[in-house]
Write a protein that binds this ligand. Structure first.
Ligand SMILES: [Cu+2]
Length: 490
């Protein structure tokens, strides 16, 4: 662990170098075995699934924990400094049967960072995992290339890397997770992710629920064996039947009879959640990925593919004390239960207008991106090629506004993918030729792509140059090659 003086020095150096990251050894032995371990696994349809005994979970026996908000180790000159050490730890998904997990800071869901627009965050990430590289990516962050967690910009065991986030972007629910080359799927599966929330004054003026009524919820799944082991088999979606909410399988959560804002983050590798409350109670979606929606969207169910986020407001004042409302996923079943337990005052509201509609510059470049698992070869591809970190797939002139037409070519059999771009935010112009639904009319960074679907996205490449990636965010797919490299040039 760095002391405050070292951290301040590194942070200042990183800031002075316009966002350059700093990598420093912390004096530990360098061991690298994780990569070959991951590569040894088969990918794709040929891999054998888990054949053991799955854990039996009794739902609603444990409370949903609130994610810990990390405190800065130092605040100086408009910057908040943090230090996080990645290490192995034991979680207790099943009482009495400890599970080894990989963590940021010791807990299965990493600590939550709360940032503010225009205020810089500098995080010293130390890799104390012992046997594997890591690379930290701030998902949705508009950051310099050296701070983006490019797959080969790894933090080897025994090293610390300082990541510099300017937060020059609007309020949003984001998250951070591992992105090390070929390892991100297993590393995230085993626990390496956490929430990162940006707040801004415009949003604060809306009167949405805040404080203890503004709650991040990280959803994911896993294959948990009866003896408590988290079993990693790439692409073994069918056996990842244990659904965790903030690190606890199928918890309950006691709420007051008032409005809450829930920031739902899908940190699963492969699972899409289609969530419904009770027998179709009203949810109000107010945000998606990187911005508030122009107006609240009432819904009876909400859907998010891996890495997507959405914020909902639920008004529990409509229910008598003692009411129990189960949040269900269309395929996984019971996710969690809300228990209306007490009364509480409520001066929050959901205004009819949340933000102005987006105004977009004219695009001058159009690109085609096709995602496909080649079932004949087992290759995970973008435009026919698997990821090569040394190959530049697209060269993009900084300042350009572009339209990307992204297609999922796995039609028969239909295989779902989705699509994430680093560095930039985009909006969905159309989905299969039609106007997008209201829930896709804000700024996004990840978009769903069912088999055969095509989305047209528009984005503008501002400020930063350098290497970045774009990829399917079903992490078992991206870590197996469904990723491309784009270099932004001045
Ligand atoms: Cu995919």
């Amino acid at each position: 662990m760095l002391n405050r003086r070292e951290l301040l020095r590194l942070g200042a150096a990183a800031g002075a170098a316009a966002g350059a990251a700093v990598l420093i050894p912390t004096g530990q032995a360098l061991v690298r075995s994780g990569r070959s371990e991951a590569e040894a696994h088969g990918h794709g349809a040929g891999a054998a699934g888990f054949a053991g005994q799955p854990a039996a979970i009794t739902p609603f026996t444990r409370a949903m924990p609130l994610l810990r908000t990390l405190s800065p180790v130092l605040q100086a000159g408009g910057t908040d400094f943090y230090a996080v050490t990645a290490r192995k730890a034991m979680a207790e998904f099943i009482p009495g049967a400890p599970t080894e997990v990989l963590t940021f800071g010791g807990a299965y869901c990493g600590p939550t960072i709360r940032a503010r627009t225009g205020r810089r965050v500098v995080i010293a990430h130390t890799n104390d995992l012992g046997d594997r590289d890591m690379a930290v990516h701030l998902h949705g962050g508009h950051v310099a290339s050296a701070n983006d967690g490019f797959p080969t910009d790894v933090v080897p065991p025994g090293h610390t890397r300082v990541y510099n986030y300017p937060n020059n972007q609007p309020a949003a629910t984001m998250w951070y997770h591992d992105h090390a080359h070929h390892l991100e799927a297993e590393n995230v599966y085993r626990g390496m992710s956490g929430a990162y929330i940006i707040e801004d004054p415009a949003e604060a003026q809306l009167g949405l629920p805040t404080g203890q009524y503004d709650i991040p919820i990280m959803l994911r799944d896993g294959c948990l064996s009866a003896d408590g082991q988290l079993v990693w088999v790439p692409d073994d979606f069918a056996n990842r039947t244990c659904v965790m909410v903030n690190g606890v399988p199928q918890p309950y959560f006691q709420v007051a009879a008032r409005r809450y804002r829930f920031r739902i983050i899908n940190s699963s590798n492969l699972r899409t959640f289609t969530l419904r409350l009770g027998s179709g109670e009203q949810l109000t979606q107010i945000a998606s990925d990187l911005s508030l929606l122009p107006a609240p969207v009432p819904a009876q169910s909400v859907r998010l593919t891996p890495a997507e986020r959405l914020d909902v407001v639920i008004d529990f004042s409509r229910y008598p004390i003692g009411t129990q409302l189960v949040l269900e996923d269309a395929s996984a079943g019971q996710v969690m239960r809300f228990d209306v337990a007490r009364v509480a005052p409520d001066n929050s509201r959901v205004p009819a207008t949340l933000r102005p509609a987006l105004t977009l510059p004219t695009a001058t470049v159009t690109r085609q991106v096709t995602l496909m698992i080649d079932l004949a070869t087992g290759a995970f591809t973008v435009n026919g090629q698997s990821f090569d970190p040394a190959r530049v797939d697209f060269t993009i002139k900084r300042g350009t506004t572009e339209i990307w037409e992204v297609h999922n070519a796995n039609v028969t059999p239909a295989i779902p993918h989705n699509f994430h771009m680093h560095l930039v935010r985009f909006t969905v112009l159309s989905r299969n030729g039609a106007a997008p639904p209201a829930t896709e009319t804000g700024w996004k960074d990840t978009v769903s792509l069912a088999g055969g679907e095509t989305v047209r996205l528009q984005t503008t490449f501002t400020e930063f140059t350098g290497k970045y990636v774009f990829h399917c965010h079903m992490l078992d797919h991206s870590s197996a090659g469904m990723m491309g490299r784009m270099d932004i040039v001045a």
